[in-house]
Design a protein around this ligand. Structure first.
Ligand SMILES: [Zn+2]
Length: 298
């Protein structure tokens, strides 16, 4: 995460300055949008049996509102809500076969960490072939590191209980920085990426883009928001490192969860941690966890 040296004005124009998307991508960063279908399911407009977007016809105001929220969060591009409505796989295959594609990307199934790892491998392969397409990443807003090729769909929580694995805005700061440094210029999100996640992309890349997202007018980036909390123990969290190093929470007070970074990536160990932490103190937990790691490695 990088904190801009100077304040930026909030972006009020959403113009591409008459430029097309590809031209705009060659000039700088384009911030994408997030996941529509999961957000609409949670709001009661889509069923998980079909994932059909009949909401576009039945509740156009709900779809429009979500588009508006992504726009305020700083999205440069708003995608048509057409999930399950087109055979996009066919189009992608055709594009790849012709090798005349302008942009290539990683979308859905994995979390920001896995998506960046995948894009890094793809870029190596493209470089080796002398190909230089524009790069795009749209990860999910749920942690799924360590899952198989079905990504988050292989998590037992998919699709109805994924909330506890939601990435934070600070995870998205890290993702946006890693994507940018890798050369990705279309940076957005897929399932589980909500407007505030998109805003985090715009905030992290404020320096590169010369502006902040419109809804940053109501949000102090980089943890500043807690500075004037009425409670001392909350305002004490104002320093960036606190937020930067957090990992998925244990839901328990006491020692910060970042001490268990290694473990929280492992679902089983994370569950063990949850049960132990409620019964024992920090030192004991650390000891138990060490044994768990050794046991799982054997
Ligand atoms: Zn998705």
């Amino acid at each position: 995460m990088s904190v801009p040296e100077r304040p930026f004005s909030h972006d009020k124009s959403h113009e591409f300055g008459g430029k097309g998307l590809l031209e705009r991508l060659r000039d700088g960063v384009v911030v994408g949008d997030g996941g529509y279908i999961m957000a609409l399911e949670r709001r009661g407009f889509v069923d998980v049996e079909t994932w059909m977007t009949e909401a576009v016809l039945e509740h156009p105001e709900a779809v429009k509102q979500l588009h508006r929220e992504f726009l305020l969060a700083g999205s440069d591009v708003l995608q048509a809500c057409t999930y399950s409505a087109t055979d996009d796989k066919l189009v992608l295959k055709k594009d790849l076969m012709s090798r005349h594609f302008s942009m290539i990307g990683v979308n859905c199934l994995s979390d920001p960490v896995m998506t960046i790892d995948t894009m890094r491998l793809m870029k190596e392969a493209l470089d080796a072939e002398g190909l230089r397409p524009l790069l795009m990443t749209q990860p999910n807003g749920f942690f799924s590191t360590g899952t198989d090729r079905y990504g988050y769909r292989s998590c037992p929580e998919y699709p109805l209980a994924l909330e506890s694995g939601t990435v934070s805005r600070f995870d998205v700061y890290k993702y946006a920085r890693a994507a940018y440094d890798l050369g990705v210029r279309y940076i957005g999100g897929c399932c589980g990426f909500q407007p505030y996640h998109i805003r985090a992309i715009g905030e992290e890349l404020a320096k590169e883009r010369g502006k902040l997202p419109p809804s940053s007018a109501k949000h102090k980036p980089w943890g500043e928001g807690v500075r004037h909390s009425a409670s001392d123990f909350i305002s004490a969290r104002v320093y960036l490192e606190h937020w930067k190093n957090l990992v998925p929470p244990t839901g328990q007070p006491g020692p910060p969860s970042q001490h268990f970074e290694v473990l929280c990536r492992e679902k089983v160990l994370h569950l063990k941690l949850l049960s132990f932490i409620s019964k024992t103190n920090y030192t004991e937990v650390k000891l138990v966890i060490s044994y768990s790691v050794i046991a799982s490695a054997v």
